[in-house]
Design a protein around this ligand. Structure first.
Ligand code: S3P
Length: 180
């Protein structure tokens, strides 16, 4: 894609439990386009649940499957709102793919809110063995991992609709700018 073409997709990045999936569904409704969850795409392509890929084949195999799924999703012709997994940003190849094909939006949230949200879903492989400690450790390890986004939104004190409106406005401004 050349630099003067508008960015096609909206790509949501952010740590686990920052609301990417919920926001992506609502944002897609708002924009009148489809949504795609890269984790769900991995499960479909691999025929295996995320936790099971980690357990049976290890994180490296999961990351390879994640890059392949992300590449396929970003190659979709029609505009999508794409929710990525929290670690999809760790690979520079993934970051380049996202920036080349989408308007990248980072969602952040207060660690306590992240902990409250992820505690409701005990399946996440990287949080096994102590959610609180693992969240704080990973947040520290990934402190700058989401900085490459075009836009960053702290969702802690915002409703889903407020987050959606902010993204929609910023994405519209961005596409006007790219078209001019
Ligand atoms: C991961 C986040 C998860 C999932 C996998 C690894 C991570 O996605 O991709 O468990 O490395 O942060 P969510 O951010 O949707 O929970």
């Amino acid at each position: 894609m050349s630099d003067d073409q508008p960015l096609r997709h909206v790509v949501l990045i952010g740590f686990m439990g920052t609301g990417k999936s919920t926001v992506s569904r609502r944002l897609a409704e708002h924009l009148g386009c489809a949504t795609c969850d890269v984790d769900a795409e991995i499960v479909k392509r691999e025929g295996e649940e995320i936790a099971s890929i980690f357990a049976n084949r290890g994180e490296e195999a999961f990351r390879a499957a994640e890059t392949a799924a992300l590449d396929a999703v970003l190659g979709t012709k029609d505009k999508l709102v794409i929710a990525t997994g929290g670690g999809a940003v760790l690979s520079s190849a993934n970051r380049e793919l996202m920036l080349r094909n989408g308007y990248v939006v980072a969602l952040t949230a207060h660690p306590e809110q992240v902990i409250a949200r992820v505690s409701q879903d005990p399946e996440r492989p990287l949080l096994q063995g102590g959610v609180r400690e693992r969240v704080y450790k990973l947040l520290e390890d990934r402190k700058h991992a989401y900085d490459f986004a075009h836009l960053s939104i702290d969702t802690t004190d915002l409703t889903v609709d407020e987050v959606v409106n902010r993204i929609a406005e910023a994405a519209a401004r961005n596409s006007q700018h790219s078209n001019s």
